[in-house]
Every structure is written in C-alpha cells, then in structure tokens.
Design a protein around this ligand. Structure first.
Ligand SMILES: Nc1ncnc2c1ncn2[C@@H]1O[C@H](COP(=O)(O)OP(=O)(O)OP(=O)(O)O)[C@@H](O)[C@H]1O
Length: 226
C-alpha cells in the first residue's frame, strides 16, 4: 500500500539551494534511506515531510493521514533539566504515560542516569535521549534525521535493531545518513540526493542489480563520477 507520493516537491532558499522538483513514492512498511553529501537536501526534504517547512511548489500526497514520530538532527535539550524531566515534558505533549517513558529510557540504557542533568551527558547520551523521545507513542511513520550521529558502534547496531523492530511492527521508517554501509544494511529503499536533486530512487537491491554495483558506496561514487 502506498504511503506517500511527492510530485515536483521544491523548496529553494534565497541562496538558490535546497530541494528541486523531487518526485518519488514510498510504500507503507518500508525503510527508506536518504543519502547524499553535505548540503544535498536531506534535511530539507525531512522538514517538508514533517511539516516544519512548507514547500514553495509541488506537493506531498499522503495516502492516509500519518501520525509522525520524529528524531531531529542536532537537538538542543535544555541542559539544566534531567533526562526524566525532558521526557516527561515531551511525553505530556503526546499524552503518554509514565510507564512508557520509563520503558524508552531503559531501551536506550539511560535509566541509571535518568536523574542527571543533561548538561552532564556525552554527545552519544544526548543522542540516545533524542532517540528515546522519538520512540514515544505509536505514530506509524518514524522519521530519523542523521540518527547515527554521535553513536558508537554498539549503539549504531542497537539503532539498527530498533529500526528493524519498528518495521516488523508495521511502521514505515525514513532516515538520513552519511553512512552508506549502514544505509545498505537497514534500508529497503533508497533516495540518493545531490545538490538538491534526486539522482536515484527506488528499491535498493533492484537498483544495485540494475546498475551492476556491488555496494551503495560503489554506486554513489559512480553516479557522482568520483
Ligand atoms: N534555512 C536555510 N536557508 C538557506 N539555505 C538553506 C537553509 N536550509 C538549508 N539550506 C541550504 O539548502 C541546501 C540543502 O541543505 P540540507 O540541510 O537539506 O542538506 P543535507 O543533505 O541535510 O546536508 P548535511 O548532510 O550537511 O546535513 C544546502 O546548500 C543548504 O545551505
């Protein structure tokens, strides 16, 4: 079943950069990786999908209304609050009870430090708290902007497990990353962006086969003539 389609979706900023006429579709229950270099347009696309920005032209067609859970890139939590307080605040907006808050804190192994102020957290711990808040609730679309940022190899592997668990529950996952090998391990579909335009989109395995590429990295380098 189709989840969403975009048609010539564009958001060009004053500096002439952003996202240009992006058209793609995504089926429900799939994991989609957004890949591309710095400034390719990944976060711009995510901001349009999450409704944080409105497109200048083109459209997003949602085939059914979606409750979205979202993990932003580079979140700035109030550093004087504890992990518990931050989750309480965010959970109250979604009307989510205490036991679920406790559950997500345990899932990201921040239970033992839940009463510490976030300013004492390492980057990876803050990123795990960011992940925890995105797991709250039962929105059937999970959007993760650079979720591996700051995570060590153990937590990257845990993140992968969590994403696959979400998929197994019937959730659709969209995530951006610079880690092409990670994208290849987790994703069903891929959208390769370059300077605001879609270079490649579709089923990852089919594309690698069609393009006679051994890996996503190999394909990416080939398409950019690197
Ligand atoms: N608010 C803004 N105002 C002006 N230009 C912007 C704005 N947001 C993004 N851009 C420009 O749009 C382009 C795409 O940026 P975007 O953040 O979507 O890229 P990205 O693929 O997420 O990059 P990165 O991997 O570096 O996070 C960049 O050239 C960026 O400078």
């Amino acid at each position: 079943m189709m989840l969403l389609e975009t048609k010539k979706l564009s958001n060009i900023y004053d500096n002439n950069r952003g996202l240009q006429e992006a058209s793609f579709s995504l089926r429900a229950g799939r994991i989609l990786a957004l890949v591309g270099g710095n400034g390719a347009g990944k976060s711009t696309l995510i901001r349009l999908l999450t409704g944080q920005e409105k497109q200048k032209s083109g459209e997003i067609i949602w085939h059914k209304p979606q409750a979205i859970r979202y993990m932003p890139d580079d979140v700035d939590f109030p550093s004087m609050l504890t992990a518990t307080e931050i989750l309480q605040l965010l959970a109250s907006l979604k009307q989510i009870g205490k036991s679920e808050q406790e559950d997500v804190l345990r899932r990201v192994a921040l239970w033992d430090v839940r009463k510490q102020r976030v300013k004492q957290f390492s980057k990876g711990m803050r990123q795990r708290l960011n992940l925890a808040q995105s797991l709250l609730g039962d929105g059937s679309l999970l959007i993760l902007d650079e979720p591996t940022n700051g995570l060590d190899p153990f937590w990257i592997a845990e993140l992968k497990k969590m994403m696959l668990e979400e998929k197994a529950r019937g959730c659709t996952v969209i995530f951006s990353t610079h880690l092409l090998a990670f994208a290849e391990e987790v994703a069903d579909d891929v959208l390769v962006l370059h300077e605001g335009e879609i270079l490649i989109s579709g089923d990852l395995k089919e594309i690698l086969l069609q393009e006679n590429s051994t890996s996503l990295e190999n394909l990416w380098l080939k398409k950019l003539n690197l």
